[in-house]
Design a protein around this ligand. Structure first.
Ligand SMILES: [Zn+2]
Length: 403
């Protein structure tokens, strides 16, 4: 057991983003690997954060990809970027004004734009059609809490009940960022924090001005593929998305997974494992698994020949012990290889492994639980010991699955 664990915190100061690394003493956590963490992983995470949020289509994403390419190349891997195009939703600045208060919010992916004044109305419950109708939302700006129903269902119910706009109040810490409606809706839909939402739910009946500047633009996504020269039909595919949402630096979501598979590649480079593996950093995950969907489409026969896709997402903060979900047969073997792994209740959705499962490929999802900094400006923290443990577990599981 290590005497104490260090938690590396990356602080950003203003537009210049000066990175300082401060070592903070934290209470010891139960799980620690056999040897000290590779400082390279921590350095990888801090470099990935250097240019701000790695939003798909942004310069920061491209720079992160360049860094990864250089790192894989330094370990003898050939790399290439596979691009794909999609229509990405951009929130160019959205807010709600009530009295002299201006509340910043985030438009949900699929929201319409709009700028108008109308009465606010609080909707009780979770936003069923009956609840919207009972609140008489016709021509008004409806306010409903997050939870139980998907964002898309709440929005469709609001539209059907005649609402002119919809505010969804977050039930998790911080602002509601990166929410998606899965389809276009005809009204503006704004996500706000729980604190701001509580104010709005109190002020039902008052006039408010909703302003949502939303647009879609075609962007070019960039999947980064690394493999040893000559490895064209891998049995194991290690994957992690390297994009993050607007407004969130993305240390845990998901520089943690991106740096972990890079480190696995480094350690496997001169072992038989690398002769049967590909390492892929996916783009566009935050916009609906865009990169992994494009990959399985482009590489259908390769995906059909995989023994396993291993996906790592949010593995840097010990909200829970390292957990795994996905294909049952793989789960049992992975637990044999790493008994400390905890089984996820539902490991079939929520990140890039879902694209592979849908394509019929066996897959596992490695995850450490919902981080309070999820999709927040505070997502700047990782615990190197958690990354080290993830690297060891990933390599052991891959070794077991190849046996
Ligand atoms: Zn993620």
């Amino acid at each position: 057991m290590f005497p104490c664990l260090t938690m590396l915190t990356f602080r950003m100061l203003g537009a210049a983003q000066i990175l300082t690394v401060a070592l903070a003493q934290t209470s010891p956590t139960p799980v620690s690997p056999a040897f000290p963490p590779s400082s390279k992983i921590a350095q990888d995470v801090s470099t990935l954060l250097e240019n701000g949020p790695r939003v798909a289509g942004s310069a920061a994403l491209k720079k992160a990809g360049d860094y990864l390419e250089a790192q894989y190349g330094a370990s003898g891997y050939s790399t290439r970027v596979e691009t794909f195009e999609y229509n990405k939703f951009f929130d160019e600045g959205s807010q709600l004004e009530i009295g002299n208060k201006v509340l910043e919010g985030s438009a949900l992916d699929g929201s319409s734009g709009g700028d108008f004044s109308a009465a606010l109305v609080a909707v009780a419950g979770v936003g069923t059609l009956e609840e919207f109708r009972a609140a008489n939302v016709t021509g008004k700006i409806a306010v409903v809490r997050r939870g139980t129903l998907r964002f898309a269902e709440k929005a469709q119910n609001a539209v059907q009940a005649g609402a002119r706009g919809l505010i969804i109040v977050n039930n998790a810490p911080g602002n509601l960022r990166g929410g998606t409606l899965a389809a276009e809706v005809t009204i503006p839909v704004l996500g706000v924090s729980g604190a701001d939402g509580a104010v709005l739910l109190e002020r039902t009946g008052e006039q408010a001005t909703l302003s949502v500047k939303a647009e879609r633009r075609t962007i070019v996504g960039r999947n980064l593929i690394a493999a040893l020269p000559g490895v064209t039909a891998p049995k194991i595919l290690f994957g992690a998305h390297y994009d993050s949402v607007q407004g969130a630096p993305g240390a845990n979501d998901n520089a943690s997974g991106t740096a972990s598979i890079l480190e696995m590649a480094r350690r496997a480079a001169n072992t038989p494992l690398a002769q049967s593996a590909w390492f892929v950093a996916f783009d566009g995950e935050e916009d609906g698994l865009r990169g992994s969907r494009a990959f399985v489409k482009t590489h259908a026969s390769l995906v059909g020949g995989l023994k396993a896709m291993l996906n790592f997402d949010m593995v840097g903060v010990d909200v829970t012990p390292l957990s795994v979900g996905g294909t049952l047969a793989l789960l049992e073997r992975s637990e044999r290889a790493v008994p400390e792994l905890r089984r996820l209740n539902d490991g079939s959705s929520g990140s890039d492994h879902a694209s592979f499962l849908e394509a019929g490929s066996p897959a596992l999802f490695f995850y450490r639980g919902m981080d309070p900094n999820y999709h927040q400006p505070g997502d700047t923290v990782v615990q190197p010991e958690m990354l080290e443990e993830t690297v060891l577990a990933g390599l052991k599981v891959a070794g077991e699955l190849l046996r």
